[in-house]
Design a protein around this ligand. Structure first.
Ligand code: NAD
Ligand code: WQD
Length: 334
């Protein structure tokens, strides 16, 4: 298939582009480089073994989208582009609604005009909110968003379900990612944001590199075995493989389907720190701090539907994730 990948130079998008090329697809990337770098294109091509077409631009630019769809047949879209910082979304809600929701609607209009009705969308486990118990299942009710970022994922999912109900010939896959982490095993591709990282793995990495003096663990008094929060950390390469399977399924299936992409196994903050230390031999200076508002004690996936329908199973361990992250951060940089 010829696949348009919005946000394709970003963290998850770049790894998915490599997997697409390796699976025999061709790739057109649309990214405005707000949170990624041009260099990712060359890295994707080197690892994927084939060239990609890169368009630097904004998904809210409907004229540009029209040009992309006019210039070639796009068989499917994988839609990663968007803003994703939870805290920033509380301070700048209009930016988040405008980019994530406005951008998605503009993209969908351009797809319809261009005759492409297959889309795989990056949703998030955040849509389950704090009320549902883990493991989260796709048929659980959507939760209450704790920030505008989370609201954008809930609204976009609803827009796509509404579209599918009104126009049944769309092929839509909503992928709810849990906690993506790690990097390409080659050490050539990984998370390379332009902003300050907020997620645990990049913050552990910064503490390991001495870029920050310590990792502050947000609370050790949760109702979990070691008192720290439990999350479902999925290797970014497993996540990329999940997109290849979801794309094949969406292409073959009319309607709108939802899948969790996680490992199904919860890991506490302390367990991830220890896995990182074991994989790298580097000690992480840690301090227990107060709880972070909005955090829930447990968030991990029920993977039954993805296993049974997509035949998707994660194959990489937490240690692989940490070793690959460390290789990306240190390869050629000593
Ligand atoms: P990322 O920031 O690395 O990638 C997003 C890409 O979109 C960036 O390259 C950015 O430059 C681009 N972009 C932003 N606004 C754009 C616009 N208006 N037009 C064109 N391009 C634009 O983020 P990521 O971690 O790779 O996440 C990809 C998707 O997955 C996002 O939709 C995110 O919300 C979702 N998601 C991420 C996580 C996570 O923890 N990383 C978890 C769940 C869901
Ligand atoms: C993981 C755990 C923290 C930093 C977020 C979004 C979610 C999704 C993934 C996009 C938590 C703890 C963290 C630190 C810590 N993104 N922590 N010290 O909160 O599960 O999910 O990213 O959709 O929507 O909310 O991920 O990496 O921020 O935190 O102790 O310095 O690490 O409290 O328990 P989270 P995270």
């Amino acid at each position: 298939m010829n696949v348009l990948v919005t946000g394709g130079t970003g963290y998850i998008g770049s790894h998915t582009c490599v997997a697409l090329l390796q699976a025999g697809h061709t790739v057109v990337i649309l990214d405005n480089l707000f949170n990624s770098k041009r260099e990712a294109v060359g890295r994707i091509e080197a690892l994927g073994g084939k060239p990609v077409r890169f368009v630097q631009g904004d998904m809210r630019d409907s004229a540009l989208l029209g040009e992309i769809f006019a210039a070639q047949t796009i068989d499917a879209v994988i839609h990663f582009a968007g803003l994703k910082a939870v805290g920033e979304s509380c301070a700048e809600p209009l930016e988040y609604y405008g980019t994530n929701i406005g951008g998605t609607v503009t993209l969908l209009e351009a797809m319809r005009a261009g005759g492409c009705k297959t889309i795989v969308f990056s949703s998030s486990a955040t849509v389950y909110g704090g009320q549902n118990p883990s493991p989260f299942r796709e048929d659980m009710p959507i939760g209450q968003a704790t920030c505008p970022y989370g609201s954008t994922k809930i609204y976009i999912e609803q827009i796509l379900r509404d579209l599918s109900a009104a126009e049944p010939d769309w092929h839509i896959s909503l992928l709810r990612y849990f906690n993506p982490a790690g990097a390409h095993a080659s050490g050539l591709l990984g998370e390379d944001p332009n902003d300050i990282p907020n997620n645990l793995m990049p913050l552990i990495s910064e503490a390991a590199l001495g870029k920050r003096s310590e990792l502050v663990i947000f609370g050790s008094d949760y109702d979990t075995p070691d008192g720290t929060c439990i999350r479902d950390y999925i290797h970014v390469l497993d996540l990329a493989d999940g997109h290849i399977k979801a794309l094949a399924r969406a292409a073959a299936t009319q309607g709108c389907e939802t899948f969790n992409l996680g490992t199904g196994k919860g890991l506490s903050v302390l367990e991830l720190v220890h896995a990182f230390e074991a994989a790298t031999g580097v000690k992480i200076p840690c301090r227990i701090g107060p709880r972070r508002p909005g955090d829930i004690a447990r968030c991990y996936a029920d993977t039954t539907k993805a296993e049974q329908t997509l035949h998707f199973v994660c194959t990489r361990s937490a240690e692989d994730m940490c070793a690959d992250q460390w290789r990306w951060l240190t390869a050629g940089k000593e």
